[in-house]
Structures are given as structure tokens and as C-alpha cells.
Design a binder for this molecule. Structure first.
Ligand code: ASC
Length: 151
């Protein structure tokens, strides 16, 4: 099996050095990918929200695990907004994403910063800290959705 190693390395290197969006064969694949990341993020954010809003009892481990998933997911959607992925699938992404790339990236960066704070807060096991960080993440979600997502 040793002879496979150079091949595996070549494949790994090629995929790492290619532009990030090149991994998607067609726009529909990118659209599905970014929506899947958003779906997982929203599901786990919702679990934290249920605790932050007192709808379910606070469970520090569930909050920490879900917040860590939210943080990880918040890094994923962006490479799937590459050129040409504004259409070609079922998407509510607005054209402004591609005409305001710097501003869109600011929003993406802000989300990642705020979800990192949520994850850090959840690790402390302090519900008040989770509530504060949850609110900040929610506002960040909303600001971008208001600007860049069709209702
Ligand atoms: C969620 C979710 C969003 C955000 C947003 C916050 O749980 O799915 O899109 O929070 O509603 O305002």
C-alpha cells in the first residue's frame, strides 16, 4: 500500500493549493454545501437559544458542545459563495453578496468572532455569559440575513 502515499499526498496538495471554491463542481453543489452548514449551525444555535431563553433547563455540557459546533460551522459557508454561485440552485442569497464582497466578509468575520466568544462563554458554564454571547451572535446572524438574504 506504500505506493499509494505519494498519490494521496498529491491529491491532498492539489486540493489545498487550488482556490477554495474549486472543490465544488457546479454552483448547485456550493449552494447545497453552504445551506447545509447554515442548517447545522442554526440547529445547534437553537439548542443554545432554548437554554439562553429559559425554554429548557440549562445543561452546561450541551451548551458547550453545541456552541463549539456553532463556532466550527461559522467558518464553513464562506468559501461556498464563490464567483458564479449566485444562481444555479435553490438559494435566497442576494446579489449584494457578490457586489459588496468586503462588507460581506466583514459580516462573516464578525460571525466567527462572536461565535468564538459564545463557545468560550459556554465552556465557563456560566448561563449569564452564555445569554450575553448568544444575543450578540443572534444580532450578527440577523444583520447579515437582513442585508444579504431574500425574505
Ligand atoms: C437562528 C437562526 C437564524 C438566527 C437569526 C437571529 O437561530 O436560524 O437565522 O438565529 O434568526 O436573529
Amino acid at each position: 500500500m506504500k505506493f499509494l502515499a505519494p498519490l494521496a499526498m498529491a491529491i491532498a496538495f492539489t486540493s489545498l493549493s487550488a482556490p477554495a471554491f474549486a472543490q465544488f463542481q457546479k454552483p448547485e453543489d456550493a449552494i447545497k454545501y453552504r445551506k447545509a452548514a447554515m442548517t447545522v449551525m442554526a440547529s445547534h444555535f437553537g439548542r443554545v437559544g432554548a437554554m439562553a431563553n429559559g425554554r429548557v433547563p440549562f445543561d452546561a455540557k450541551v451548551a458547550a458542545d453545541s456552541s463549539a459546533i456553532v463556532e466550527t460551522m461559522s467558518r464553513l459557508p464562506w468559501e461556498a459563495f464563490g464567483p458564479g454561485t449566485d444562481k444555479g440552485g435553490d438559494t435566497r442569497a442576494l446579489p449584494a453578496i457578490w457586489t459588496e464582497q468586503a462588507k460581506f466578509k466583514e459580516g462573516a468575520d464578525k460571525l466567527q468572532a462572536e461565535t468564538a466568544k459564545l463557545s468560550a462563554a459556554a465552556k465557563t458554564g456560566n448561563l449569564d455569559a452564555v445569554k450575553t454571547a448568544f444575543g450578540a451572535v443572534g444580532q450578527t446572524c440577523k444583520a447579515c440575513h437582513d442585508a444579504y438574504q431574500k425574505n
